[in-house]
Write a protein that binds this ligand. Structure first.
Ligand code: COI
Length: 372
């Protein structure tokens, strides 16, 4: 053990008296139920990371003056564990989440840590509650690593105390509508992120301000906002997922899979990266361009009118690959084609199967899957 470094070799484990029964899949509401154990690791500027603890899921005790409660020293991650057809438990690309978690921590002056050590600790936590990892495609164990500043007192300063905690939630689909295509409202009446800001970091503070615009969109019948940016009305992301559009050039017949570039205003999604990597590896370059570029709602509107809008879908850990069927814009709905009688378009279906095959262990791809 290296004193002060996050270290998974010694863990204090206190078993829960409770051994929960798994809920049936149709009772799994996203993030509403948790497993029997949680992981906590405390950090101080003086001693670094303390011995990690796995203990019964329960309340955290913090002082009312604690800096997380006043100045939002908080960041989180979302990743998932899957039960494969041969009954192994796997985690999908955890190194990407850990890298992003460290970037978020560095942005708000919280301590960084060795990614592999936290992955190994998460594995030990899942081991305790393994029986609660759901079975079946579309169902998984959502892993929520979180870091908070825990310094007491009201001065705005670099926290000298912090904590990582990890909780686990057996989940099914993120949206209440289940696995159905969603309606988004293109939103330029509020801004989610801006150049030089921190919209690419997974900070809790990026989420709360989006809830009022989300409610406004919901009152008009849309599930989520499709955040636009600037005079050009560039499409950025949804807040709970990145977004992809498919266009087909009617003159050349060539198709384009496009998503917004990583310019600091959108989250560096792990599923986004997976979609791009798989699309670049598997779509024929004669038929397809796969691009990260600026594109606007005005382009989507214009190309929909020309019959060039073929598909749209969101990608995220919680949302997985979520087909989009309509986009509200300036009082009208842009219709996104779906396959006849289905809730998805052709590429959306293919991409979601590519990813599920890897996540559920039916196929190997690079080193994306870690067995717990
Ligand atoms: C995720 O996809 O893991 C997210 O963090 C989105 C969300 C539920 C906030």
């Amino acid at each position: 053990m290296t004193v002060g470094q996050l270290d998974s070799s010694i863990v204090k484990i206190t078993n829960s008296a409770n051994k929960s029964e798994p809920l049936p899949n149709d009772k799994l509401n996203f993030g509403k139920t948790f497993t029997d154990h949680m992981l906590t690791v405390e950090w101080t500027a003086e001693f670094g990371w303390a011995v990690p603890e796995i203990k019964p899921y329960g309340k955290l005790e913090i002082d009312p003056s604690c800096c997380v409660l006043h100045y939002a020293f908080e960041l989180f991650e979302g990743l998932k564990a899957y039960r494969t057809s041969d009954d192994k438990i796997t985690i999908f690309r955890p190194d990407m989440n850990m890298k992003r978690m460290n970037k978020s921590a560095a942005r708000i002056a919280l301590p960084t840590f060795d990614s592999e050590e936290l992955i190994s600790l998460i594995g030990k936590l899942i081991e305790q509650d393994k029986h609660l990892v759901p079975e079946g495609q579309g169902y998984s164990l959502y892993i929520r690593p979180t870091m908070i500043g825990t310094t007491d007192g009201l001065g705005v300063a670099v926290p000298d105390k912090a904590m990582i905690f990890v909780i686990l939630s057996p989940v099914g689909p993120y949206y209440k509508t289940g696995f159905k295509a969603v309606r988004l409202e293109a939103t330029d009446y509020a801004t989610r992120a801006w150049p030089g800001g921190c919209g690419d970091k997974k900070l809790g503070a990026n989420y709360a301000p989006c809830v009022v615009p989300q409610l406004q969109a919901a009152n008009r019948g849309y599930q989520q906002n499709l955040w636009l940016f600037g005079e050009e009305k560039y499409i950025t992301e949804v807040g709970t997922m990145n977004v992809f559009f498919v266009f087909k050039n009617t003159e050349t017949g060539k198709k384009e899979l496009v998503t917004a570039p990583l310019d600091g205003t959108i989250l560096e999604g792990v599923t986004r990266d997976s979609v791009l990597t798989l699309a670049r590896a598997r779509l024929s370059p004669e038929e397809w361009d796969v691009n990260e570029r600026y594109f606007s709602i005005l382009e989507v509107e214009e190309r929909a009118a020309k019959g060039e809008l073929v598909e749209a879908f969101g990608s995220g850990t919680a949302a997985v690959v979520s087909p989009i069927k309509e986009i509200g814009w300036r009082g009208k709905d842009i219709q996104v084609p779906l396959l006849p009688g289905e809730q998805f378009g052709e590429l959306t279906k293919r991409v979601s199967e590519w990813i599920a095959d890897i996540q559920y262990g039916r196929e190997e791809f690079k080193d994306w899957v870690r067995v717990v």
